[in-house]
Design a protein around this ligand. Structure first.
Ligand code: SAH
Length: 243
């Protein structure tokens, strides 16, 4: 796990031996399960370390800076990862930052089974998995307005994603969105939606994931006002007819 170790070092994210071991078990499970089901296109050892683990960890210093916390933060934060797939970015953030209370959401049952297995094998505490659609869970009182951090990577275009994510964010909390090339264009397209849903963009930061030569931006949106009751709209609409 040399790549992970030196990359985390470059990001100034301290990782103890046990945490590196957890990443190792996670990578092994990813490769194993991927032989039976399609979880991710990337399963080679190097690729998993750079394109998954480090690519997810790159958001951590930005989040910590924005919430004014040291690493790891003193108060435990409630985090929900929407459309997490094989656990990204939620699980790498949780491994690096064990104090997080993490909820992992995906629409697909087989991904939830995988995530349960990873949480068990890594003996992670305070990890809950939920099979469901963002549009439905975001209207449920158990989830709506309940989270300090709401994350997503590679789930939808920004205008759609804003409607998926912002309903979950507690006032004063943050939506943390990982974007690749084309982010600037998507951002212009989504500005109205972000405002309408009660968000205020606080960072639109170009970041450099270690050992990865790809354009990457992290968007931080602070929840300033309550999301109007009519959002999120019913299943499928945020994607088909974005705000
Ligand atoms: N975030 C992961 C997976 C990206 S693939 C990563 O970065 O690798 C997108 C995932 O989002 C899929 O697993 C899909 O099942 C899930 N998804 C897409 N739309 C969703 C929705 N509206 N509600 C819940 N999950 C959704």
């Amino acid at each position: 796990m040399h790549t992970l170790i030196s990359g985390a070092d470059a990001l100034r994210i301290p990782l103890a031996v046990e945490q590196v071991e957890q990443f190792g078990v996670y990578a092994a499970l990813l490769a194993e399960w991927n032989q039976k089901m399609n979880l991710t296109a990337i399963t080679d050892w190097e690729g998993v370390q750079t394109k998954h683990f480090l690519d997810c960890l790159v958001g951590l210093p930005l989040i910590a800076e924005e919430i004014g916390a040291s690493l790891p933060p003193k108060r435990s934060l409630d985090c929900i990862d929407i459309g997490t797939g094989a656990g990204f970015p939620g699980l790498p953030l949780k491994i690096a930052w064990p104090g997080l209370k993490l909820t992992l959401v995906d629409g697909t049952a087989k991904k939830i089974r995988f995530l349960n297995e990873v949480a068990r094998a890594l003996a992670l505490e305070n990890v809950e998995t939920v099979q469901g659609r963002a549009e439905e869970l975001g209207r449920h009182h158990r989830f709506r307005g309940q989270f300090d951090l709401v994350t997503a990577r590679a789930v939808a275009r920004l205008n759609t994603l804003a409607e998926y994510l912002l309903p979950f964010v507690r006032r004063g909390g943050l939506a943390v969105i990982y974007k690749g090339p084309g982010a600037a264009e998507e951002f212009i397209e989504a500005r109205k939606a972000i405002e309408l849903l009660g968000g205020e963009t606080v960072r639109f930061a170009p970041v450099q994931a270690p050992m990865l030569d790809e354009e990457r931006r992290i968007l931080l949106i602070r929840k300033e006002r309550k999301t109007p009751k009519r959002y999120p709209r019913q299943q499928g609409l945020p994607r088909k007819n974005p705000l």
